[in-house]
Design a protein. Sequence first.
Length: 534
Amino acid sequence: LLVFLIVFLIGQAIAAPFFFKYGREVLSLSFFDFQIFAAAHALATLLSAPLWGYLSDRYGNKPVLFISGLLLALGPLSWVIAQPGATAWNYAVLIIGHVSAGFSWTGVIVGQGNIVLAVTPASMRAQGIGLSQAVMTLVGGLAPLAGGVFMQLAQSLPLKLQYDILFSANSALRIFAILFLFGVHDPTSMRIREFLLQVWGMRPRGVLALRRLAQTPEPRKREEALRELVRARMRFAERELISLLNDPSPSVRRLATQGLREVGGPSALDALLEFAGSHPHLVEEEALEAIAAIGDERAVPTLSDLLLDEGFPLRSACARALGELRSAQALPALQLAAKDEDAELRYAALHALGEIGDRECAPTVLGALDDRSPSVRLAAAQACASLALSEAAPRLRVAVSEATDETLPEIAYALAVCGDRSDLEAILWAASRARSQLGRRRCLLGAARLLQVEEELYRYLLLDPVALDRELMRRAAAGPPAMEAALRAHHGGEEQEAIHLLAETTADDDLRLLAGIPIPEAYLLAVCLAAKRQ
């Protein structure tokens, strides 16, 4: 802090006696001109005082000194770009410079005094204030002398250049001093980076909405203003959104949590967790989604407690939130939830275990493959695939031969991940039995994974019909004549004949197997495999 104050004060005082002299000698300014500039400076100081007070209360001293110090550097530069004889130009730039200086000086005065109080321990506050005042007085006296020494040594240079160098150095020192702020620990201040993120994200409509929210007591208008504030996604409004978590209106609390999901940081998480711990039965799904979106592991203990609370109505949403956090700390609670009587909760817990991807939960996932609920078995199959549980392969082989419902595609894909090449035929037959295009494609992707062409097939499945035909024709034209014959058969609706032609061209056993099982869209898998075999 002391280094910052010394460098910053040098930047404030080193050129202070020379602005008037430069204005008179070089720019030929009158005394009246100086009074105009002084009035602009004073007016900016007066009008900016409430703003700096608000910013200091909201963000602390470091952000105030950071922004005001940078603005203060503009003042000397306005004298540098002023030109002798350019009266109108000089008036414009010097008034802007003095308004900037007046605006920023208020912030400097507020921040410079308060930061000494904030940083100094209470037991040494008197000594800290005395030391800072002594340093300010000493530097304030020596810095102008240093400026005078420079001007004396630079007499061989053109007069304007002497002043330009001095004023530019003055501005550079003010900016350089700001860098030392990053090393000052002020517990009462927001981090400068966080402050810049909030200010950078300010939007006019959001500021207006924030103003309306503060001024109107009418519930409907408050909700409208809050919706606009949520849409603006301003981190600047985080504190206001946090305060609205304690609003008596459930709809206002719901909107506030939606806003915190978009802009919330550590402070928002602390507030959401405190609310969830204090009022668990008032917690809504939006609050759990906001906690998950912030993505901090500190939320795991609170969410785990809510998950295991049998009276909590949103246990499934709680499990989903824990899955999004992907923290191994949540495994014990999720494994207990995966054995609960509620099938919806078991499904959500297994899905979360798959998201976390820790093999510690393998026994729980394997046991769920035999669950009486189809949706739970589906989630268990997805978790097996996420965890790549090779020990699940025997159970999956039995399941893929017996499944007749919507769980079949996920079981087939999980078998492709957990099994080996010997499972290809079972997965292809599963694709032929799939009830929907979506399920069939999932099975085909499983087969493609075993054949190491999953990425290529997935790309084909994403193409629209016109783009897909264009790609297939390009691939056929680049291959042997049999490729074009296979494409013609495919266009004629003879899917298996098309695959058979590709199999004969490449003499590939996997393609022959594929040709013997009637599966719509299997030709796409065959094209990918034939291209790989060439």
